[in-house]
Write a protein that binds this ligand. Structure first.
Ligand code: PLP
Ligand code: SF4
Length: 355
């Protein structure tokens, strides 16, 4: 059996299995045994947990918490709003649309790790929103929409599917002449790096005029191991660029040290930071959410001017009308007929002439 399949079969999703990795606290035990929620991770990701520290950033992303029931600010029917599911356009459940030229295509609701902060919780974790994830139906819709030139394959985690299914999907998408690129969104390089096998690399590699891009999700430097570095290198060797879409999470990565270390280590692992997301107002994740300003402050205080420009993600909030950048307000401090006044990360001012 391939190592990644074994990882999934031995999913850490019971108290008994979790206890092989950490000293479970009474709070954690209470949440696991009383809450009806899907949870679990791979033995690999569980092995990165700190056995003695309940505030371990990996534990917080994996183990259910009673705080998930204290929903005050999370929006009801969040995904229906966010993914424009009650608009006039008729689309299959698998297609979420916010833009004219690109769509998100959901092909599974299975993940290798059920992230407690997941904004798609209603589908993936709580499963109170049932979507039909019919691949054929989605492919047909895309082939009928010539304005769509970029398809973002998401889930769940699309890399949970077999090599054959992934290959079928890529082949079918490449038959659609108006598609210019295929993107995968997968947490596998972080939570199940064993998935990047020779077999999968064979499916993904080779020159084709329709390239594959990939974004993963890494939120804390502890998640970046040698296994991940090798998996990323494998993907890059297939001609696939690997980016990161992190989530700003309270108590996990919202301090200057961790935020800077995360972005430095991403580059050292050959992953290019793409987006840092504000934690969305989905239900049951209030306890992970910071003030909106926090991310912009961290970009200013931890990244820009403090480390390689390549390490800089765009800080965005994903909404029903698309992603909205929330960058620090240090660029145009003032403007008059003669000049623009610009402020740097330290608050220093300079001017350039207007045109
Ligand atoms: C995030 C997202 C996209 C892609 O956005 P980019 O800014 O191009 O990365 C496309 N469609 C939907 C529905 C999305 O949520
Ligand atoms: S891998 Fe993605 S879809 Fe799955 S639980 Fe985590 S954030 Fe949600």
């Amino acid at each position: 059996m391939e190592a990644w399949v074994e990882q999934l079969q031995e999913e850490v999703n019971t108290l008994k299995r979790l206890k092989k990795f950490i000293h479970v606290t009474p709070d954690e035990e209470d949440a696991i045994s009383t809450m009806k929620t899907k949870w679990g991770t791979t033995p690999y990701f569980a092995s990165l947990m700190d056995p003695d520290d309940p505030n371990c950033p990996i534990r917080k992303q994996v183990i259910p918490s009673k705080k998930e029931q204290e929903n005050v600010f999370g929006m009801e029917n969040y995904l229906v709003w966010k993914e424009n599911r009650d608009t006039e356009e008729i689309r299959p459940d698998s297609i979420a649309r916010q833009y004219r030229d690109r769509v998100a295509f959901t092909i599974t609701d299975i993940c290798a790790n059920y992230c407690r902060h997941c904004f798609r919780k209603e589908v993936v974790v709580d499963r109170d929103l049932k979507l039909r994830m019919d691949v054929e139906e989605g492919l047909e819709w895309i082939s009928e929409h010539k304005e769509v030139r970029d398809v973002l394959i998401t889930g769940g985690d699309p890399f949970i599917l077999s090599d054959d299914k992934i290959e079928y999907l890529i082949v079918k998408l490449r038959e659609i002449s108006h598609l210019q690129m295929i993107r995968f969104h997968t947490r596998v390089p972080i939570v199940l790096p064993q998935r990047i096998t020779r077999g999968l690399m064979k499916v993904l590699s080779g020159f084709h005029k329709v390239p594959i891009w990939l974004n993963t999700q890494c939120n804390h430097p502890k998640e970046l191991t040698e296994e991940t570095a090798k998996a990323v290198h494998g993907l890059l060797s297939c001609g696939i660029s690997v980016g990161n879409q992190g989530v700003l999470l309270k108590g996990i990565n919202d301090d200057v040290e961790t935020f800077r270390e995360l972005h430095r280590k991403l580059l050292a692992t050959r992953i290019r930071p793409y987006y840092m997301f504000y934690c969305e107002p989905a239900p049951g994740i209030d306890h992970f959410r910071t003030p909106v300003e926090k991310g912009a402050e961290l970009i200013r205080d931890a990244i820009r001017g403090h480390t390689s420009g390549l390490a800089q993600p765009m800080y965005v909030i994903a909404t029903n009308i698309g992603k909205i950048p929330l960058m620090p307000d240090y660029y145009i401090a003032d403007k008059n007929e003669k000049e623009y006044k610009l402020k740097n990360y330290q608050g220093k001012i300079t001017t350039i002439p207007t045109i």
